[in-house]
Write a protein that binds this ligand. Structure first.
Ligand code: HEM
Length: 541
């Protein structure tokens, strides 16, 4: 999920301008666009039945479209939270958007009233045309989404997630070896870990190198899809009437079809490989196998089943890789946290083996580090917008049906009342005086990095396990330190503020020193890699 998706989802790109280039077509069609635009812009919206939450004033017709920055809108939303309160309204052309800047309204609405707060904003290009309504992340709240979520619920429950721990142990052992062998390429290793892990869980396939086609082809498809979500790129998202233009006159529809066909063909080939393996008696413990087994009882068409299995890659690989990269930056910039976590690892695990999932209950400080990473630089800073399916009232404000409701993860996680001294990186905030892991009054996990309500990330138990095993194994084996300035020899820590612009974001490229913590490391890691590969040989059938 690496895109500027939320802005596209919430800010219909009227500011793109009604130019020929924006539509990319003939003068006749352009005229039709102008007429459609005029009808669209000047049609009267329904009067509200009550007061909306306050918000910045905005312009006639355009509303706040020009006020919302394309770059890191969540930072401006945090400022507006301070100014207008825990929920504020933005008018995005004809669309109403309510931003929830604190956990309380997000819990009250998205969690407690999830029966009417669980749809998505309409994304014509990315969801309806490029994905033909088959990508769960963008699906409106309806029958297909419900059936798919019910099935995913079984595949990603804590017990099911635990059944994939062997994969995460194997891939994390290789990750540590790769980091020590080629430390400069650490970002590629994070991406390989995340991609290969999700390919094994999804299709019982793996990627031993970052260049392996098993992940590069999935990544390319994902990038093609996410580029279509860039705000302002497709006029049809601002002027839905354009969706009625016949394909022959609409280049965007032909482009969407090409992406859809390529995506479907790739997802289908992965699922059919699993089907063939199973038919030939090779057992494969992976999502695709269980989706095929359940296809009839959940009334999924073939294409729905292929997309359900395939689209998990897009949702789960960049997010996980971004979380690991953020962890490396955080450790490089917080040596005192690193030292404390390593002391805990030395005392609980010792030096004769890598940490394992069985150590989790005893690694309290390391557990707190995982939580603090997900809070301090939460992976999806801007959240993923929900939409309402009924009119509603909350604290005296009216929230009309069809409102886009965005929980701003950035400001929720930097709320000084919930997290004193919120900008500091302090894992201790999640440890009670008795030495136990604690959350907040709103969340046992202590954060909301996986979202809210019925749309909460279904992969969260898998993701949490990945972050725990990767963080503890990297800390156990490596010392993560700032790069040295070649001229002065002084340490040059990376910026803690320089993050990618995407939807799921990671630190901008930085240098650091990744070195083994001692002589004991190499042999232990080599043995874990060997055991992992033996396990894979047995699993792949
Ligand atoms: C650190 C890693 C991850 C983070 C931070 C993350 C976060 C999120 C967030 C914030 C959402 C939107 C929730 C909402 O709408 O309120 C989401 C949705 C989703 N995530 Fe994750 N995720 C991660 C990993 C994964 C993994 C590993 C998988 C798959 C195995 C996955 C599958 C999905 C899917 C399918 C959705 C769409 C759910 C829907 O719309 O109903 N995610 N994730």
């Amino acid at each position: 999920m690496n895109s500027t998706l939320p802005l596209a989802a919430v800010a219909p790109p009227l500011s793109a301008g009604l130019t020929l280039a924006a539509f990319g077509t003939s003068p006749t069609t352009f005229l039709a666009v102008l007429v459609a635009a005029a009808v669209f812009l000047f049609a009267r919206s329904k009067p509200a039945k009550g007061p909306l939450p306050p918000g910045p004033p905005g312009l006639p017709i355009l509303g706040n479209i020009l006020d919302v920055p394309k770059s890191k809108p969540w930072v401006r939303f945090a400022e507006w939270t301070d100014q207008y309160g825990p929920m504020f309204t933005l008018k995005m052309g004809r669309n109403t958007m309510i931003v929830l800047g604190r956990a309380q309204p997000a819990i009250d609405l998205l969690d407690k009233r999830s029966n009417i707060y669980s749809s998505r904003a309409r994304l014509i290009m990315t969801s309806e045309l490029v994905s033909r309504g088959l990508r769960m992340t963008f699906m409106p709240y309806g029958d297909l989404w419900r059936r798919e979520r019910r099935l995913l619920h079984q595949l990603t429950s804590p017990a099911s997630a635990a059944s994939y721990e062997e994969i995460q142990e194997m891939e994390s052992a290789q990750l540590v070896r790769d980091m020590l062998d080629k430390p400069k390429e650490f970002w590629g290793h994070c991406q390989r870990y995340a991609g290969s892990t999700i390919m094994q869980i999804g299709f019982n396939k793996r990627a031993p190198t970052p260049q392996d086609p098993a992940i590069t082809r999935m990544r390319n498809i994902n990038e093609m899809m996410t580029k279509t979500a860039v705000a302002g790129r497709y006029l049809v998202d601002s002027l839905p009437i354009l969706n009625y233009v016949p394909t022959v006159l609409a280049p965007f529809k032909r482009e969407a079809s090409t992406i859809f066909d390529e995506t479907l063909s790739l997802f289908r080939s992965h699922v059919l490989d699993v089907k063939k393996n199973v038919e030939e008696g090779r057992d494969a413990h992976c999502f695709a196998k269980y989706i095929l087994e359940s296809q009839q009882s959940y009334k999924l068409s073939d294409n729905e089943a292929y997309f359900l299995a395939g689209a998990l890659y897009g949702a789960g690989s960049d997010t996980t890789a971004d979380g690991i990269n953020t962890f490396i930056m955080s450790m490089v910039t917080h040596p005192e946290v690193q030292a404390k976590a390593q002391a805990e690892l030395d005392s609980v695990v010792g030096r004769g083996r890598l940490p394992s999932f069985a150590d989790q209950p005893d690694l309290v400080y390391c557990g707190a580090v995982v939580r603090e990473i997900l809070r301090w630089r939460t992976v999806i800073a801007g959240g993923l917008a929900h939409a309402t399916t009924e009119d509603d009232w909350y604290n005296g404000f009216f929230i009309p049906k069809g409102t886009i409701v965005l929980a701003n993860h950035w400001s929720i996680h930097l709320d000084p009342e919930l997290y004193p001294d919120p900008t500091s990186f302090k894992p201790e905030r999640f440890i009670s005086p008795e030495g136990k892991l604690v959350g907040t009054k709103f969340s046992d996990a202590g954060h909301h990095a996986y979202g809210f309500g019925r749309r909460i990330c279904p992969g969260k138990h898998i993701a949490d396990r990945s972050l725990f095993i990767v963080f503890t194994r990297l800390l156990w084996s490596c010392s993560l330190r700032p790069a040295l300035d070649p001229a002065t020899g002084a340490e040059k820590p990376p910026s803690v503020h320089a993050f990618s612009e995407g939807f799921s974001s990671h630190p901008l490229p930085f240098d650091c020193r990744i070195e083994p913590r001692g002589e004991w490391v190499k042999e232990v890691v080599a043995q874990a890699v060997e055991e992992g590969e033996a396990g894979w040989e047995a699993r792949k059938g």
